[in-house]
Design a protein around this ligand. Structure first.
Ligand SMILES: NC(=O)c1ccc[n+]([C@@H]2O[C@H](COP(=O)([O-])OP(=O)(O)OC[C@H]3O[C@@H](n4cnc5c(N)ncnc54)[C@H](O)[C@@H]3O)[C@@H](O)[C@H]2O)c1
Length: 312
């Protein structure tokens, strides 16, 4: 068990609300901070929604869920974070915004507090430029939704100490997560792979090879199904390296190599259709479909996690 007594989450968005539930599940008191009162209110609703699914699936009882929720408190006063001995930042993915936050926060907390950023792929070394005592600062990249997905990428910036990495790594294990240490390269590992898939998916749609629904089905009914149990190197070994090598020879030249976002995602973002959080993205989430899809996601992911990793 870690020695952490005061855990804080900065940023009460999609990730922050879910992160708080994970720490609370393991008995920690958690303070969630956001600059907007509305974000804190939204986070509470998200916690309620996620907890509904956990109760339905028997992961927690109603009593345990109520206790878990009592462990989470909310604030928009940064000063209330001063006693934090572990803090994870999940605010806007923007280096300037993160710098401003870290400059203030790292001067406020104890010099030996462990500080992490959940950035999806900004350089940990670059974020650390605004952190006092950067040796205690690391990347801790959780996946959405963090209260269910097992993986956490643990990233060592140039100034992060080995000791900090070990503390963060061990904390992941305590939370029953699967930590993987990765280098501080742009977008780390998961997002490099995820973005390569997204770029090709957008290209396939733009070229009229398949619809978004068609691409989603190909992922769900074959690639995602396989990748739930095996990684790409294992899949190649099972299929035969000669076969995959030959397919690479005639496919690589034809794949998308765009250097900027394009196509359907650019159109959606330009129109502020950002997905579930705004009620419309590639698909429509109006009329309660947003809550429905989050419930469905949590149910499916929890079932998968049980099937794949329960015995471990
Ligand atoms: N959404 C994902 O799938 C995902 C997955 C992994 C990592 N991340 C990373 O996690 C972080 C948060 O992502 P998200 O999807 O939860 O974003 P989000 O937009 O849902 O939430 C961000 C929250 O941060 C708040 N915020 C903005 N500036 C702030 C500040 N200075 N101080 C405190 N709060 C502030 C906003 O009010 C908002 O509530 C980002 O760095 C993102 O790259 C996101």
């Amino acid at each position: 068990m870690s020695n952490f007594k005061h855990i804080s989450v900065a940023g009460a968005g999609t990730m922050g609300a879910s992160l708080a539930q994970t720490f609370a599940l393991f008995g920690y008191d958690v303070k969630v901070f956001d600059i907007y009162e509305t974000a804190l209110e939204k986070a509470k609703r998200l916690v309620d929604l996620n907890q509904e699914t956990w109760i339905k699936q028997g992961i927690v009882t109603q009593i345990q869920s109520d206790a878990l929720k009592h462990k989470i408190s909310y604030t928009n006063d940064l000063q209330e974070l001063k006693d934090s001995d572990f803090l994870i930042e999940a605010i806007l993915e923007n280096l300037e915004v993160k710098h401003k936050f870290w400059r203030e926060l790292s001067a406020l907390v104890r010099s030996d507090a462990i500080l992490c950023s959940n950035t999806s792929g900004l350089s940990i070394t670059a974020i650390a430029e605004a952190v006092e005592h950067p040796e205690r600062f690391a990347g801790m990249h959780w996946m959405n939704p963090p209260h269910i997905i097992p993986l956490i990428e643990v990233i060592q910036g140039k100034k992060t100490s080995d000791e900090t990495i070990q503390v963060v790594y061990d904390f992941c294990l305590e939370l029953k997560k699967k930590p993987v240490k990765v280098k501080d390269a742009p977008s780390f590992v998961l997002n490099r792979i995820q973005q390569a898939i997204l770029r090709e998916a957008l290209y396939i749609v733009q070229e009229g090879i398949a619809t978004p629904e068609g691409v989603d089905d190909v992922m769900k009914y074959a690639l995602g199904f396989r990748y739930a149990a095996f990684g790409p190197f294992e899949i190649c070994d099972l299929g035969g390296l000669d076969i995959h090598n030959n397919i690479s020879k005639y496919t690589f030249p034809d794949l998308c190599d765009a250097k900027e976002p394009f196509g359907l995602i650019k159109d959606c973002v330009d129109n502020n259709n950002l997905g579930v959080k705004t009620g419309k993205g590639f698909y429509d989430y109006s009329n309660g479909r947003d809550a429905e899809v989050i419930r469905y996601r949590d149910t499916m992911f929890t079932k998968l996690a049980k099937t794949l990793f329960e015995e471990e």
